[in-house]
Design a binder for this molecule. Structure first.
Ligand code: A3P
Length: 304
């Protein structure tokens, strides 16, 4: 185990490097326990994301998609209307295994739907060995960074003050962010998705924003639950509608509720736009981040 703490905590806690990626001590405990105990089933669906890439949105979409026969979108008591998506699709290492315990997940209805921020190298072995499917979501680095910076400041206690954008940017560029280096996380899954497209569906926030109906249909096919002609357009639109930023962010549960871990549900909904970085980053910051990404992603075929 090579665990090297950063010199100071810039989020709320000190970050540790495990298998090349930064995480808090608690998250690391969850990762190790999950690696040890989680047994993937062939029918499992695992949503993997970089933090602040739209995890909450995709959790909602996948939940609505795979449960569409149990919970029609038109139903006024659809679970998404009264639960934050993080309560419906649990994170493996951040929720199910975070206390170092081994929960019994065997009785969950199939397909089981989980989420994780773990990098490809840290996935429990059974994920690679089984036929379970992975949906990977990431987002352009500039918006991811701004969303992350805003999120960490929102979570900080008032007396801690705010993290300056320069301070967080410097670390981000050095690869020090939750589950960073950001580009290594993306590349790990990108390269695997090229080798095994049946196993990993690689998606960006921008693609999903631009053509949500196309990607929802493709996700349904990828997961083996394509929309039938009988379901018609109505079902696709209804899912996208219930999962939209406007719908989810205006629900009482997401405006006022909290997760058991203490975060306010509204921290996961800021403005949900592509290109908001233009309001925050200086020309120098943009140039630096673009240069890093060009160098790191060079030759991979992955571009933003
Ligand atoms: P912004 O901070 O840019 O607004 P995550 O869920 O991975 O933590 O990502 C959070 C980001 O996704 C936030 O981005 C948030 O506003 C955005 N988001 C949350 N729900 C969304 C939705 N239904 N549609 C689009 N974006 C959404």
């Amino acid at each position: 185990l090579s665990i090297l703490p950063t010199e100071s905590g810039w989020l709320l806690k000190t970050l540790y490097n495990y298998q090349g990626f930064w995480q808090t001590a608690r998250q690391l405990q969850g990762a190790l326990t999950c690696q040890k105990h989680f047994k993937a089933q062939d029918t499992d669906i695992l949503l993997v994301t970089t933090p602040k890439s739209g995890t909450t949105w995709l959790k909602a979409i996948l939940f609505a998609l795979v449960n569409r026969t149990h919970f029609p979108q038109t139903q006024h008591d659809h679970p998404l209307l009264s639960n934050n998506p993080h309560m419906l699709v649990p994170f493996l290492e951040l929720k199910l295994y975070i206390d170092g315990e081994n929960p019994d997940l065997s009785s969950l209805a199939s397909p089981r739907l989980f989420a994780t921020h773990l990098p490809y190298v840290s996935l429990p072995k059974s994920v690679q060995d089984s036929k379970c499917k992975l949906v990977y979501l990431c987002r352009n680095p500039k918006d991811t960074f701004i969303s992350l910076w805003a999120f960490t400041n929102k979570l900080r206690l008032q007396e801690m003050g705010t993290n300056s954008i320069e301070e967080v940017f410097e670390k981000f560029c050095k690869g020090v962010s939750l589950y960073g280096p950001f580009w290594d996380h993306m590349l790990g899954y990108w390269q695997e998705s090229l080798k095994n497209p049946e196993k990993i569906y690689f998606l960006t926030y921008e693609e999903m924003k631009e053509k949500p109906d196309l990607h929802l249909r493709k996700l349904a096919e990828f997961l083996g639950c394509p929309f039938s002609s009988k379901e018609e357009e109505g079902m696709v639109d209804a899912i996208l509608d219930v999962c939209s930023f406007d719908t989810l962010s205006n629900l009482k549960v997401n405006k006022e509720g909290k997760l058991p871990s203490g975060e306010s549900n509204n921290a996961f909904f800021r403005n949900g736009k592509v290109g908001d970085w233009k309001n925050y980053l200086t020309v120098e910051m943009v140039e630096r981040l673009e240069k890093i990404c060009e160098e790191k992603l060079c030759g991979s075929g992955l571009r933003f």
